[in-house]
Design a protein around this ligand. Structure first.
Ligand SMILES: Nc1ncnc2c1ncn2[C@@H]1O[C@H](COP(=O)(O)OP(=O)(O)OP(=O)(O)O)[C@@H](O)[C@H]1O
Ligand SMILES: Nc1nc2c(ncn2[C@@H]2O[C@H](COP(=O)(O)O)[C@@H](O)[C@H]2O)c(=O)[nH]1
Length: 229
């Protein structure tokens, strides 16, 4: 929850290697997936990471307990609350928020340098984190909201995942409509009915956003060459 970070805004890159079609430079983007808990954003995120080698995952820190199948350092950095509080104090997060009674935050880590060199990052974060990142780095951020086909199906998925107690599932269902109410703070909204169809749509968004003119920092010199003869 800090001020605008100038290093995160879309500044032009070094023009040394620009000008040929093979070396066109591009600034990386921050690809955010949000949804009510259980709608499937982690599933879609994993499919994207498998399919897109140039996409890196922003691994959040969290104080919640590790779930069966999760790996510390891959899915999250699982830290005690005291360590999380220290990281907040030391300004180690781009954003952080309390979600479902736990703390979650996006470490600055490698992201800043990665964006400059054209690396894309995937963020599985909630609407509060999305607002904070958008305020700090509007030009770099692409916001995608995943909706479940129905609340009944959302509940089925949370139960079917088999990772949370009845109480935790009830708390997540109780929050679902409030989470969904933030759908209009996103650039794209995709309904996750069939997982393959949803994945294909989200991947199309990523591909199109990579070609956005303002991200293709090498275009200025490339077009200059094209129009100079
Ligand atoms: N289109 C789909 N059809 C049926 N099941 C799905 C679909 N997408 C995801 N699932 C299943 O729903 C469950 C919840 O998915 P997932 O963990 O990806 O949700 P999430 O939005 O990341 O939740 P959380 O915010 O709690 O991490 C998983 O068991 C997943 O396999
Ligand atoms: N603002 C942030 N939200 C985050 C971050 N990492 C995850 N999340 C969101 O928390 C909920 C719950 O996640 P779960 O893994 O415990 O089910 C979900 O909406 C995530 O998107 C973060 O760094 N910042």
């Amino acid at each position: 929850m800090a001020d605008i970070d100038p290093s995160l805004s879309a500044a032009p890159l070094d023009a040394a290697s620009l000008g040929s079609r093979d070396t066109l430079q591009r600034r990386g983007l921050m690809f955010i997936l949000s949804s009510p808990s259980g709608a499937g954003k982690t599933t879609i995120a994993r499919m994207l990471l498998d399919a897109e080698p140039e996409l890196g995952l922003s691994v959040s820190a969290t104080t919640r307990s590790i779930r069966p199948g999760e790996v510390d350092g891959r899915d999250y950095h699982f830290v005690p609350q005291t360590e999380f509080d220290r990281m907040v104090e030391d300004g180690e997060f781009y954003e952080w928020a309390r979600v479902f009674g736990n703390s979650y935050g996006t470490p600055k880590g490698q992201i800043r340098a990665g964006l400059k060199s054209g690396r894309d990052f995937l963020f599985d974060i909630d609407w509060q984190g999305t607002q904070q990142l958008h305020q700090k780095a509007q030009a770099d951020v692409v916001r995608v909201f995943i909706l479940p086909p129905s609340l009944e199906e959302l509940h089925r998925r949370l139960v079917g995942r088999g990772t949370d107690s009845v109480e935790v599932i009830a708390a997540r269902m109780a929050r679902a409509q409030a989470e969904i109410s933030h759908w209009d703070g996103y650039d794209y909204v995709v309904i996750n009915d069939d997982v393959e169809t949803c994945f294909a749509k989200v991947r199309q968004i990523l591909h199109a956003e990579r070609m956005r003119r303002t991200r293709q920092t090498g275009l200025i010199d490339f077009v200059r060459v094209l129009t100079s003869k």
